[in-house]
Write a protein that binds this ligand. Sequence first.
Ligand code: PLZ
Length: 440
Amino acid sequence: MVSGVPEQVPQQRRLLTEIPGPRSRELWARRERAIPKGVSTTLPVFVIRAGPGILEDVDGNRLIDFGSGISTTNAGNSAPLVVEAIWEQSALFTHTCFQVTPYAGYVEVCEHLNELTPGDHEKRSFLVNSGAEAIENVVKVARYATGRPGIVAFDHGFHGRTLLTMTLTGKEMPYKHGFGPFAPEVHRAPYSYPFRGTGRLADTIAVLETSVGAESIAAVLVEPIAGEGGVVVPEAGWLTGLASWCRERGILFVADEVQTGFGRTGDWFACEHEGVVPDLVATAKSLGGGLPIGGVTGRAEVMDSVHPGGLGGTFGGNPVSCAATLAVIRTIETEGLIERARVIGEAMLPRLRKLSATVPAVGEVRGRGAMVGIEFVRDDGITPDREITGRVLHRCHQAGLLVLTAGTYGNVIRLLPPLVISDELLEEGLAILEQAVTAA
Ligand code: PLZ
């Protein structure tokens, strides 16, 4: 192991000050002067150390992490193999640009992506810097390969913040508000949302057939579970039905596995749950274990259709990010983290579902593996309740548990613990959450 690496933060929750504490408040004041408010923050505590299940702040508080940096540290924050790989690679070289002089790490990451993503057909991959950039590129490839312009995205979908990916995103505030005009040839269809009774397969297909027109569609882009949209798990058969509708019409079925990928849902990719084999897959987040990297993986004939020089970028597949990625994959494999995600789900879901029986404001508890959402509603059992969601969030944060919100209506508490979190911390976090829900 490399020398000079700080000790791992002790795996116990600890509150020394109020949340946020005085040092965090000081930094927050500086932040307000230096950074626009358009860049927002879920919990304004400033972190100095993190991993595997704890975030330590500048005031010495230790919070339980049920956020994983939005599903980015599935294999743990500063996971030992990842730290070592980053250290070694950064001492060898930090950059050449793969399009100038290549290196093996990039090839190895692509070989793994080709192997791990659903389907045993021949595949190709290339690397970019982020989830949004991966989505931008699946769109480029899909348009090129099909010669068609249209891209279908869904209600409750999130795909990024660039012009094209913001256009593909379904939620107006805060993602699109005031940022138009938007990119052309993007069409929206209903996403399956069983709790709200919307987006049944027949309705979705009817919209595609009647208001878009199959022959103009290059790709249907879908999150297998809508993360930012509120951990919405589509009705069984919806994804498979959509994928076969696409196949019959020469439309590419594209999975955005940016948030759901790399073990989060108890499979390498969430599409596997229903045996769906996408033509193209976008990855990012947990791929790099915290270093920026995104992947585009697809059928060889689709990916190879693009002319030489049509794809790339200066930093895509940076050697340090590639080294981190290879270490993330090794960590997931050696620590059995796919199975661990299932175990976490089995600990979380039934326990939280009990709350929906006793607390009327809990409309639904849903998810898969270590990706769980709690949707809050008013007395009528369906109107979104954003206020109570905010109160639960605040109570959790005050008690030293980091949870996230999500949802088109802002009424979902989202839980994405790192897959390496200990049973004790998981248990303690759930107890805090139950108390917060009951009290709120
Ligand atoms: N696709 C499914 O979840 C990023 C967004 C955080 P980038 N989700 C977190 C924020 O508020 O901007 C995401 C996603 C899905 C694409 C993306 C975009 O990934 O790496 O943030 O560009």
